[in-house]
Write a protein that binds this ligand. Structure first.
Ligand code: FAD
Length: 409
């Protein structure tokens, strides 16, 4: 086949910077940029520069590049497009034509073939085969970010699928790999994979792209993160983040989780291969070039330090009440939580402002008569949703009691 690969795509989006940040996080390698000043380019490991993001009023695929070997291929494609009645622009190194159905410009260009270093097949277990015992999949353990090897395929929505398919097959020269009659066709310009799927669509701008990675376990693998803390908040964060593909390391000062975390969370955490719990461990240093890349931790029992790769550090070591603005209005405890009821001290009714009321503060009442506190903000409360809801309903009852008392006193 003279066509041999997809070379690049140009994607138009209204928000270039945001989309560029997405593809950088996705693992493509940011380049210097090309063409329009706001354009952003990205490379893959094997395919070189393969994505350009440019501004466009709505998201769409602007251009698709296809590589051929020599000028004879370009001559043949020019002639085929002319036979279809499709206008095409020819230079020494390329042919360019637009498919009206997908509104994508296809640029066929003379390009070097890509010779990919084979990826070593990871050890995996299968029926009757246990190549990997007591070990996690290499794709999970790998510490470097996922780096796509090359552009895999492009799906294009066409308002005239039949004509678009003809454009790509009879005009450009792609082969049909598979077909869903009347709906879509998988087309190929390389020998290893289908590269273009043309699908019937109500509008022309629908598209998606796929990017080839080394290992299926890299699909959905997020970057490693570190969580500081061993309480329920830290546990829930670990489960939530690990569930999104991140490899999570929890650093815990104590020597087990049971003392600070609910049993159900401990069970889930210790059974997950993508969450490591490091006991007797504290964070000593964080570093990175333009963003967080590493967290240095110390095992406090041995003094041994280790540097962990980390794209984010979550510190879940306790709540802050943020009640500075209330200081002086109501009594706060030493941590800033609002003191209520009996905790205001015995004999409150004999002190101002309670002498006027001739009563002690009610259960959830603050040091200001008629002002109540409910939920987490209350000093000594059980920091649970059900306790907060209970406090709320009791507080309503006490407000009514306060108003009744105020009217009769
Ligand atoms: C990660 C995490 C996991 C948890 N998991 C559980 C669990 O599984 N089960 C459970 O029972 N409990 C759990 N909790 C605890 C539970 O969420 C709290 O106990 C509960 O939400 C407390 O309710 P609240 O109404 O007192 O406070 P909050 O839910 O914190 O509500 C206070 C509200 O007041 C707002 N606010 C703050 N200051 C001001 C201001 N000056 N002006 C106006 N508004 C303001 C805040 O934005 C917030 O919306 C968890 C907590 C966390 C953090």
């Amino acid at each position: 086949m003279a066509l041999h690969r997809l070379t690049h795509i140009v994607m138009g989006v209204p928000n270039v910077e945001e989309t560029a940040a997405y593809y950088a996080e996705f693992g493509l390698i940011p380049g210097a940029g090309a063409g329009a000043p706001e354009a952003r380019t990205f490379a893959t490991v094997d395919g070189g520069e393969q994505l350009t993001i440019v501004h466009s009023p709505r998201r769409r695929l602007v251009r698709l590049g296809i590589g051929v070997d020599d000028p004879d291929d370009l001559d043949r494609i020019s002639a085929s497009l002319a036979a279809l009645g499709v206008p095409a622009g020819r230079t020494e190194i390329s042919v360019r034509a637009e498919d009206p159905g997908t509104q994508v410009t296809v640029r066929v260009e003379i390009a070097a073939r890509v010779a990919q270093e084979p990826t070593p097949t990871p050890a995996f277990n299968a029926p009757g085969v246990t190549a990997r015992t007591d070990e996690r999949a290499p794709g999970i353990l790998r510490e470097r970010p996922v780096r796509p090897r090359k552009l895999g395929h492009v799906v294009l929505g066409s308002t005239d699928r039949e004509a678009s398919q003809k454009f790509f097959t009879d005009g450009i020269g792609l082969k049909v790999s598979d077909e869903v009659p009347g709906i879509a066709a998988f087309l190929r310009c390389s020998t290893d994979h289908h590269n273009v799927l043309v699908q019937q669509a109500p509008v022309a701008f629908l598209h998606h792209t796929s990017w080839q990675v080394d290992d299926v376990d890299e699909v959905g693998r997020g970057e490693p993160v570190v969580i500081v803390g061993g309480g329920n908040s830290a546990g829930q964060a670990a489960i939530s983040l690990a569930g999104r593909g991140q490899h999570v390391t929890m650093t815990v000062r104590g020597s087990d989780l049971a003392a600070t975390m609910s049993h159900y969370l401990v069970e889930r955490i210790v059974s997950r291969p993508d969450i490591d719990v490091r006991y007797r461990t504290e964070v000593r240093q964080v570093s990175g070039a333009h963003r967080l890349e590493r967290v240095e931790v110390e095992d406090t029992s041995t003094g041994k330090r280790e540097t962990l790769p980390a794209a984010a550090l979550f510190v879940l070591t306790g709540a802050e009440p943020h009640t500075d603005w209330l200081a002086g209005s109501v009594v706060l405890d030493e941590r800033g939580y609002i003191v209520t009821g009996r905790d205001l001290g015995p004999g409150a009714r004999h002190q101002a402002p309670w002498t006027e009321r001739d009563r002690d503060p009610f259960l959830l009442e603050t040091s200001q008569p008629g002002v109540f506190a409910a939920g987490d903000i209350r000093s000594g409360s059980t920091k649970r949703a059900s306790a907060a809801v209970g406090d709320g309903s009791v507080a309503i009852r006490l407000v009514i009691e306060h108003l009744r008392h105020a009217r009769t006193s």
